[in-house]
Write a protein that binds this ligand. Structure first.
Ligand code: GLN
Length: 196
C-alpha cells in the first residue's frame, strides 16, 4: 500500500484522494490517503500531493504548522510530489508575491492568476511527455510559469508556455488533473517514479 499524503490545510483535497486511488487501482496497487493538517505525518508518507486552492493561505498555514520543513525534507529524500495550481505556486522558487513564502522545490518563477485572464477557467487538450494521447487539462485562475531553471524538464506547454514541469521527484502543473477522471498525471508523478 502506497501512503499518499494530501496537504489538507486548504484547497481541493478530496478530489486528489480519489485521483490517487484511481491511479493506484490502474496499477493493481492500493493507496492509503493521509490528510495532512499538522506536523508529524509527512515523514511517514511515500508520496505527497499539494492541491490547488489559495496559495497565500496554504503558504501561511504550512509554515505556521511546521509542515513546510517536512515537505522540503521529503523532496530532499527524493520522494515523489505532485503539486497542482496553488500547490505549484507554493512549491516554486519565486511566486512574485511577498505573501507566498515558497518551498523552493521546483525551480520555476510563477505569476499568480495570470493564465487566460480573459476567462477565469478553461479546458484544453494537452500533449504531455510520456502520455500517448492528449490530457484534458482544467485551468482555474492558473499560474503562468515564466521562468524555468536549467534542471527543470518541461512536460507540457499551452499557448507556448510551460504548464507541466518536473524538477527531480517533483511534478508541478498549472492545471488541475484531479478534476477529471483521467488518472494519468497522478500516474506519471507517482507510480512511474515509485516503481522505477
Ligand atoms: N489563484 C490561486 C492562487 O494563486 C490558484 C488557483 C487554483 O489553485 N485554482 O493561489
Amino acid at each position: 500500500t502506497l501512503r499518499a499524503g494530501v496537504l489538507a490545510v486548504q484547497g481541493d483535497v478530496s478530489e486528489h484522494g480519489d485521483a490517487i486511488e484511481r491511479a493506484a487501482t490502474a496499477h493493481d496497487r492500493t493507496a492509503e490517503v493521509v490528510e495532512i493538517r499538522e506536523a508529524g505525518l509527512v515523514p511517514d508518507c511515500d508520496v505527497l500531493l499539494l492541491p490547488g486552492g489559495e496559495s497565500t493561505t496554504i503558504s501561511r498555514l504550512i509554515h505556521r504548522e511546521g509542515i513546510a520543513e517536512e515537505i522540503e525534507s521529503h523532496v530532499e529524500a527524493g520522494k515523489p510530489v505532485l503539486a497542482t495550481c496553488a500547490g505549484l505556486i507554493v512549491s516554486a522558487t519565486d511566486a512574485q508575491d511577498d505573501r507566498v513564502d515558497t518551498l523552493n522545490v521546483i525551480d520555476v518563477s510563477v505569476e499568480r492568476n495570470a493564465f487566460g485572464r480573459q476567462k477565469d477557467s478553461f479546458e484544453a487538450p494537452l500533449d504531455v511527455t510520456g502520455l500517448d494521447d492528449s490530457f484534458p487539462a482544467v485551468f482555474i485562475r492558473a499560474p503562468v510559469i515564466d521562468y524555468v531553471g536549467e534542471d527543470v524538464e518541461v512536460l507540457a506547454t499551452w499557448d507556448d508556455r510551460p504548464v507541466a514541469v518536473r524538477d527531480g521527484p517533483v511534478v508541478g502543473t498549472s492545471f488541475h488533473p484531479e478534476l477529471t477522471e483521467d488518472p494519468r498525471i497522478h500516474d506519471l508523478a507517482f507510480f512511474d517514479s515509485v516503481e522505477s
